[in-house]
Ligand binder design. Sequence first.
Ligand code: SAH
Length: 403
Amino acid sequence: MSEYPRVILAPQRDVSVRRRHPWLFSGAIKRVEGAPKPGALVAVHSFEGTFLAWGHYSAASQIRARLFAWDKRDAPEMAEFWRGRLERAIAARQPLLANGDTTACRLVNAESDGIPGLVVDRYDDVIVVQYLSAGVDARRELFNELLVELLHPATLYERSDVDVREKERLAPRAGLLYGEEPPDIVEIVENGLRFGVDVRRGHKTGFYLDQRDNRTLLRAAVTPLNAPTVLNVFAYTGGFAVYALAGGAAGVTNVDTSAEALRVGRANLACNGFVEANVEDIEGDAFTVLRELQTQKRRYDVVILDPPKFAFTQGDVKRAARGYKDINMQALQLLTSGGLLFTFSCSGAISADLFQKIVFGAALDVKRDVQIIGRMTQSSDHPVALTFPEGEYLKGLVCRVVR
Ligand code: SAH
């Protein structure tokens, strides 16, 4: 072990490491021995000199090391170790993919799957990978090989073109890693419904896989209603719209700033047979469009609010809270009595508790009586390790407007 650089903690700064939190912040470190390169394997020791964990070093980031093994006997520089971690994560998703009703999901969810910084998503036989930390970036060749060996994909494609890499002083990267260039639109099935995914240019790795379980919940909520009208705000490529129509909605209004997303959404409706469906697309800013719909006295039985991240840091929380409150006020005013609001926040900095308070404030201001009838989080293929509560970012409420 002596051949590996060591990170020695400051006195009494070992609690979080002993609790197996995967992030070691710079402030907890007393000194570093052996000049580790970006992404290098380091052995973390307490001030007293006890071995605590293995981690990957990143001098550029406030998260100075990402920890992933707490047993000294592990040999975390071996391909065997990482193959084991990947196999475990992939196997956990097999039940989801087993019956062919769903061909896309997250296979590896970074810290929560014991591989800090690595995201792997499956879109049928196209695998999309994100290397988000110095540790996995330094081992990209190894991970590429292991993923090809374990998954036999037609395509392995990289979408590490995300801002978080800057914090690790890594440049954005995207492109083909193995196999054939992906088709312009990769066809996937999710709970028996068809979607086209643009893995080159789409958001995240192409699709909001984290909303799958919530889309299922929406369909189940719509089905017993009597042909409800649905307003799908921040629609992207119409995930919720397709599920709403599959559940028997009479019509859907999609709102999004992206004409391209709405266009793909149209195609998604068509390939599910909803060609004649009563669907309206409004390209525009939700903050304005919701007000216009209110002016027109439009009403809906179900409203979905799935905005992009409003808060990136703690410093953004106040401004973000105003944004969330605003759209929730508008949505509540557009709902019929007995109507349902599916409202989300994907900002990690906004806690579930705060989010509920924001929706409460919105209901109070627009004088509507509202009940919570369901709570939502990210889908099961985006697990949250108990040691890593930061892994939970998506929260949502299903609300019923009493009157
Ligand atoms: N509900 C979608 C995901 C939504 S992602 C799904 O299940 O797939 C957020 C979407 O909001 C993106 O498509 C983005 O284009 C859109 N968007 C961002 N800011 C917006 C704004 N101010 N008004 C309307 N749409 C916006």
